[in-house]
Write a protein that binds this ligand. Structure first.
Ligand code: 3SL
Length: 243
């Protein structure tokens, strides 16, 4: 299995139609998606465009939908929820479809929505995604970070390295790392794996969240490696369901 990593959507150099892709946005979109589906949300529909989100959400019964999103880390005015994994508790999201838009994560999904298989991964469901990939036996897996407005992010690279490390161990080395970005991500993981939360807090986006207010619960939740076994998979374009 060939494994590559791209820091942001704009770095992906080719058509992804025949690929298996994994999107990562540790802080916080893909962690929120994992928690929401784990807590019984019906599905998470992602949008980079807010007008499209509102249009699609209006077709859904009010009692069965929630609008979730942030810009610059803060809840979008008029939306039901901000982008926090601790805000998507079971009593809030169970049975609901989440219409979600975030600054970077939903753009990454948009870039690879035409892929053959598409998964959403964060640190908390890293093992579940790794096991799913192994069972699928794809020739090539493209891992895509979300970054911040087109630039590198430390925490997404950490998670890419965590996935690569899992796949290498679980397949007894039959993984081929095919770009330098993934080699660097693996090195990052081996440097920080014993103190994941410290890495998240050190990242520029982690510092941005700290400036916005107390996000201790989010940092803790986002750094709990392999905590849940949910596999969010795209079954319809732009819509993630639990496998
Ligand atoms: O950029 C994104 O997609 C978000 O995950 C950022 S935030 O953590 O909600 O600020």
């Amino acid at each position: 299995m060939k494994l590559s990593y791209f820091h942001v959507a704009g770095d992906v150099p080719y058509v992804v139609k025949d690929q298996t892709c994994v999107v990562i946005d540790v802080l916080r979109a893909t962690t929120t998606i994992a928690c929401a589906l784990n807590n019984g949300a019906e599905a998470v529909q992602t949008f980079s465009d807010l007008d499209k989100l509102k249009e699609q959400a209006s077709l859904w019964p009010i009692s069965k939908r929630l609008l979730l999103g942030e810009r610059g880390g803060e809840k979008i005015p008029g939306f039901d929820l901000g982008n926090s994994p601790v805000g998507v508790a079971a009593d809030v999201v169970r049975g609901k479809r989440l219409f979600m838009s975030t600054t970077n994560g939903t753009r990454a999904f948009e870039r690879v929505k035409d892929s053959k298989a598409l998964y959403s991964m964060s640190l908390i469901n890293r093992r579940a995604i790794g096991e799913r990939i192994i069972s699928e036996k794809p020739e090539q897996v493209l891992v895509l970070g979300s970054g911040w407005e087109g630039t590198y992010s430390l925490e997404d690279s950490l998670a890419a390295g965590a996935l690569a490390s899992f796949l290498i161990k679980a397949t007894l080395n039959s993984v081929q790392i095919i770009n330098d970005e993934m080699t660097a991500a693996l090195a990052l993981w081996s440097y920080w794996e014993a103190d994941i939360e410290a890495c998240l807090r050190k990242s520029t986006h982690g510092q941005r969240l700290e400036r916005l207010g107390n996000h201790d619960d989010d940092f803790l939740c986002c750094s709990e490696i392999d905590k849940i076994s949910i596999v969010p998979v795209q079954r319809e374009k732009g819509i993630l369901f639990s496998l």
